[in-house]
Design a protein around this ligand. Structure first.
Ligand code: PFF
Length: 470
């Protein structure tokens, strides 16, 4: 029955286009902005190892499950869960998975758009020569000036949200296919150039050592208090953040990949596509790390300096590089595109739902969702200036940090947990066998074992560990 289903939003013209679109969703600010800054905050190599393990043991198997659900249901994530729960005689409560994803999408978009706005602002800085010859202090000052200004942040945030709504309104396929096939490879080439520059001009040995030397004690101890009286204790937080980031960077657990899966042609191999997407995503993150940390160390920045890390270090790199005005402009334009193709996928599940089940027009749906996320985003923008003080914080986190923490580290892994439980226990082996059509039985058995036991248990263990159960 699933064979005859077609999505009302049209289909990707080929498996390669689906891979490109999924890579477009996965590769974004998560890889280039967030991965380096959280790796810096959590001390480097050991954090990277845990993150890579999470990608391999949880991310890849869950992505296969999420795509196969999407293709089977051929609807919005909410519609898909409704349909599949009915077909598999499972509880209708599974539809909550779809609604949870829509909420997570709003939360993420409401801070994602603000950070993408920073990238937009840096396009203009770079193009106008504002980064030329900039010193470390100058780069800090420039970044501080941007995030300290509510007006500027709101302006760029609004512009980016408009760009997102404009593409989603036209339909993901029309808006995305052509742009992505050119811009993603271009971003990759730019990153390789940046790594080359970091190799020649930065402290490459120290940067690479920071990224790849694994000192587990350093990462899993959380130290607080002044330097002379540091209070260190074992903490599960880095583990939770590494797992959350594996979900965030692969766009998993909230229905984005499920929505894209709904447009995948029937005969395309899900396994091969998943591995390609995860490999490309991981490669981009590691390249970004290799481009950034050598510059961070060479110019005396702090790896743990937070969300501004790449904006400060890259400004210094472009400022000192011959032709840096051009390279910088091109780089930030590509970063904006990478963020754009990700934010589009954040909106798609909710838009597809309004269109599929409520009969809305794509344009109106995109507008409503963009407007809601934009409003929520005001709080994220103000977190860096007017609302940065302790009186506006909850659990020591600003609104921006709180939304990121809740969505990335709690909601996405929870979504992933329920996806694996539905596929492995509620729907059962026949559906997975049918959709994955893996030729080699032992490969299917391996995935089946991981999705039944390893992935769900892994997620639960990390959750329990983070609240101190063990
Ligand atoms: N994967 C994107 C990134 O790394 O920037 C962010 C993202 C997009 C997360 C879509 C979740 C999502 F559904």
């Amino acid at each position: 029955m699933a064979d005859q289903r077609v999505s009302v939003h049209g289909m990707w013209s080929s498996r390669a286009v689906f891979i490109m679109a999924a890579v477009g969703s996965a590769v974004g600010l998560g890889n280039i902005w967030k991965f380096p800054y959280i790796t810096g905050e959590y001390g480097g190599g050991a954090f990277v190892v845990v993150y890579l393990l999470c990608i391999a043991l949880i991310g890849i198997p869950v992505m296969m499950a999420e795509i196969l659900l999407g293709r089977r249901g051929r609807s919005s994530p909410i519609g898909t869960m409704q349909r599949l729960a009915r077909e598999e005689n499972a509880s209708n409560a599974w539809v909550l998975l779809g609604y949870g994803g829509v909420v997570a999408g709003f939360l993420i978009l409401s801070f994602y758009s603000v950070i993408a706005g920073w990238a937009l602002a840096y396009v203009f800085q770079a193009a106008s020569g504002g980064l030329n010859g900039i010193s470390a202090e100058g780069a800090e000052g420039l970044f501080g000036g941007l995030v300290g200004s509510p007006g500027q942040l709101l302006l760029w945030h609004s512009l980016f949200m408009l760009m997102t709504v404009a593409v989603v309104a036209r339909g993901v396929r029309h808006g995305l296919e052509r742009a992505i096939t050119i811009l993603m490879p271009a971003l990759f080439v730019m990153l390789v150039i940046m790594v080359g520059y970091a190799y020649v001009e930065g402290d490459f040995a120290r940067g690479a050592a920071f990224l790849f030397n694994t000192d587990f004690a350093k990462v899993f101890q959380l130290c607080t208090g002044p330097a002379e009286a540091l209070d260190c204790s074992f903490s599960g937080e880095p583990l939770l953040v590494a797992m959350g980031h594996a979900f965030f960077t692969l766009s998993l657990g909230m229905g984005a990949i499920m929505a894209y899966g709904a447009y995948v042609p029937e005969r395309a191999s899900i396994t091969g596509a998943t591995i390609t997407i995860a490999a490309a995503d991981t490669l981009v993150a590691l390249l970004a790390g290799l481009a950034i940390f050598p510059i961070v160390f060479a110019s005396g920045l702090e790896p743990s300096s937070g969300p501004g890390l790449i904006f400060q270090s890259l400004a210094i790199a472009f400022g000192g590089m011959p032709g840096g005005q051009w390279f910088g402009t091109i780089f930030f334009v590509l970063l904006v595109f990478a963020a754009w193709s990700s934010s589009i996928s954040l909106v798609e599940p909710a838009v597809a739902w309004l269109v599929d089940t409520r009969g809305w027009r794509r344009g109106s749906a995109a507008l409503l969702i963009g407007l809601t996320a934009w409003t929520l985003g005001i709080g994220s923008a103000l977190s860096f200036n007017l609302w940065s003080g302790p009186e506006y914080q909850l659990f020591g986190k600003t609104l921006f940090d709180l939304k990121d923490f809740l969505a990335s580290n709690i909601m996405l892994p929870l979504g992933g947990l329920f996806i694996s439980l539905f596929v492995a226990y509620s729907a059962g082996r026949h559906m997975a066998l049918d959709e994955l059509s893996i030729q080699r039985q032992h490969l299917f058995n391996l995935w089946w074992f991981v999705i039944r036991y390893i992935a769900p248990l892994g997620i639960v263990v990390v959750f329990l560990n983070s609240i101190g159960v063990f």
